[in-house]
Design a protein around this ligand. Structure first.
Ligand SMILES: [Zn+2]
Length: 158
């Protein structure tokens, strides 16, 4: 497919002034809800028909969730982040995002992405760990406290 294809933007990308470099954009309704109250530019682009609004299928959403869970990133992503990833995945479009966790999952899924201001340096594997005893807690465990000592469960990168 050619360079004419619109790119998928997340909220951060919309709120960045360099948005104009990308031409037409595509995103999920939830992102627009977040940004249109903050940005008169986005409002004007919407009115001009330069923003395509689309929703990913539940199947794509599930695929993103599964990858994010496996990577230990699921707790770092908002519902909107997941929808944006699913849309880029499903439409095979480039994703514009500065969010480190969104970039990390995109990289794992083979979604091409471009940062607005930051660049992803390396892939970090996040694990759930007890902040008191340091034990690794499996993703399947649903509680918010360590089953061994009752300490708070946190995400850590190793
Ligand atoms: Zn513990």
């Amino acid at each position: 497919m050619g360079a004419w294809r619109s790119k998928v933007l997340d909220a951060g990308a919309f709120l960045n002034s360099t948005f104009f470099d990308y031409g037409d954009a595509m995103t999920v309704p939830q992102v627009l809800d977040e940004v249109k109250i903050k940005s008169a530019v986005v409002e004007a682009l919407l009115n001009a028909g330069r923003i395509q609004i689309a929703e990913p299928s539940e199947k794509s959403v599930k695929i993103v969730e599964d990858v994010a869970k496996r990577m230990g990133e699921i707790g770092k992503l908002s519902r909107t982040d997941i929808l944006v990833l699913a849309l880029a995945y499903e439409t095979r479009r480039e994703l514009i995002t500065d969010d480190f966790h969104v970039q990390n999952v995109a990289k794992e899924m083979g979604i091409t992405y471009e940062p607005v201001t930051e660049e992803i340096k390396k892939k970090i594997k996040w694990v759930r760990r007890c902040s008191r005893c340091g034990r690794k807690i499996p993703e399947s465990y649903k509680g918010s406290r360590c089953p061994y000592c009752g300490g708070k469960i946190i995400y850590s990168s190793k």
